[in-house]
Design a protein around this ligand. Structure first.
Ligand SMILES: Nc1nc2c(c(=O)[nH]1)N[C@H]1C(S)=C(S)[C@@H](COP(=O)(O)O)O[C@H]1N2
Ligand SMILES: [Mo]
Length: 315
């Protein structure tokens, strides 16, 4: 376990959390007209408020402060240290941004990010992010159900998987330019089509009611709350529907440690450590660990997707 000290939120971040909580209680009291027009600025790095609707899929857990969420990250394109993405990801240009859509769909093409954010209502979904390194955080994401986007691509009957790719741009991503290659680039991930279509799966475009900070995967990243964090691929530029199971970065890097499914499972250990409990980021390094829940607490919603499968074999 590293001796990393978790930073305390600074006053401006505390304010932003208060605003967030006020907005939540305001919206909980609102009855109609929730889908207000969505405002999205093309100013690249400046935090920009988003108009969101609350989601019934949120957990009741208290979210971590913004300072935790934006300072303790995994984003190897910007370095392998937890503080590296916050330090280095400012260099990434996130506007304009397009996602290429291809493969087994009737409407291939490109999705423009600004158009995407205007087209669909943005939901605020509070999900726990559970990293395979046995820590977790609760994060108020802003996102769009991936199923809505896939439906509009008109997926063909033969498609069984969805393959995702992160931007490859070594000029702006120092981890990709390094001669000490940490991972094969671009970062790639995949889901089975039924996992991708599940209502819990979202494309996140913001957190705490603001556009996504670069270190969290701006401008668009995947969130699959019942799987380990590495499935939640950041800064997506390609979505492809395929018939065969697509390759995934961590599986390519260490197949015995990281499988395709990667469902949160306290009963299947990582070869080098237990997955039965997790350290809650922000709780302090001496705090008691939290017992890990099967499927990260979403067993009721998603266990049926894996009926009849040996989850020790398909880890
Ligand atoms: N492109 C890309 N996506 C990525 C990663 C990465 O290194 N590159 N790291 C993954 C891992 S291991 C985790 S735990 C989450 C972390 O998301 P967060 O920094 O927003 O907490 O992002 C995932 N998505
Ligand atoms: Mo992770």
């Amino acid at each position: 376990m590293s001796a990393y000290r978790y930073p305390m939120p600074n006053p401006s971040e505390i304010t932003s959390k208060e605003n967030f909580l006020n907005r939540r209680s305001f919206m909980a009291g609102a009855t109609g007209a929730l889908a207000a027009p969505i405002f999205f600025s093309s100013a690249a790095q400046a935090a920009t408020s988003l108009t969101t609707i609350p989601s019934k899929y949120s957990t009741k857990d208290e979210p971590n402060p913004l300072a935790d969420i934006t300072s303790y990250n995994n984003f190897y394109e910007f370095g392998t240290g937890k503080g590296d993405p916050a330090k280095n990801a400012g260099s990434l240009t996130t506007t304009p941004w397009t996602i290429e859509t291809s493969g087994l769909i009737n409407k291939p093409g490109t999705i423009d990010m600004e158009a995407l954010m205007r087209k669909y209502p943005l939901e605020e979904r509070i999900y726990r992010l559970r990293c395979v390194e046995a820590w977790s955080m609760v994060i108020p994401w802003v996102g769009i159900p991936l199923a809505s986007v896939l439906k509009d691509l008109d997926v063909q009957g033969s498609a069984k998987y969805v393959a995702f790719e992160t931007l490859k741009r070594p000029e702006e991503m120092p981890g990709q330019a390094s001669v000490f290659g940490s991972l094969p680039w671009p970062y790639v991930e995949g889901l089975r089509l039924d996992e991708a279509m599940h209502p819990l799966t979202i494309l996140a475009v913001g957190l705490y009611g603001e556009v996504l900070p670069n270190q969290n995967g701006a401008p668009v990243r995947l969130i699959v709350p019942w799987k380990y964090g590495f499935k939640s691929i950041k800064s997506i530029v390609s979505i492809k529907l395929t018939e065969n199971e697509p390759p995934t970065t961590w599986n390519k890097a260490a197949a015995n440690e990281y499988g395709f499914y990667s469902n949160v499972n306290p009963e299947v250990s990582h070869p080098r450590w237990s997955q039965a409990s997790e350290r809650v980021i922000g709780a302090g390094i001496f705090a008691k660990k939290r017992p890990t829940e099967p499927f990260n607490g979403y067993a009721e919603e998603v266990a049926s997707l894996y009926e009849g499968m040996d989850l020790r074999k398909f880890f």
